[in-house]
Design a binder for this molecule. Structure first.
Ligand code: ZN
Length: 108
């Protein structure tokens, strides 16, 4: 292990997702690149079969990158919902007022 070999950390469903993951990793200070979306650059040649793009990072960043991606995917499901004191409806954590009755959330 040299500690600097690129490794595939994520296989994306499409180019958009791959670039989303790449941007999230770069936000976290991890150098990442998307491999497999070069087909977009093959102007005029759409005969190539679409290959699922992959996100690659340096191997020393691999574990952290996996964690960040896992956190991203966990973030897709709501956590820490709060329940409205007025009507009892669950609300997204980012909401400051109840979506149902507009009661102000006085929690935290
Ligand atoms: Zn409410």
């Amino acid at each position: 292990m040299t500690g600097s070999e690129p490794r595939e950390v994520y296989s994306a469903a499409d180019t958009q997702e791959a670039h989303f993951i790449k941007a999230a990793l770069e936000d976290a200070g991890i150098a990442a690149r998307v491999v497999g979306d070069y087909l977009q650059n093959a102007v005029g040649d759409l005969s190539a079969v679409a290959i699922a793009p992959c996100v690659w990072v340096q191997s020393e960043d691999f574990d952290e990158a996996r964690k960040i991606i896992a956190d991203l995917q966990a973030g897709a499901t709501p956590a820490n919902e709060w329940k409205c004191a007025e009507c009892g409806e669950p609300n997204e954590p980012s909401f400051e007022i109840c979506w149902n009755c507009q009661a102000v959330h006085d929690g935290e």
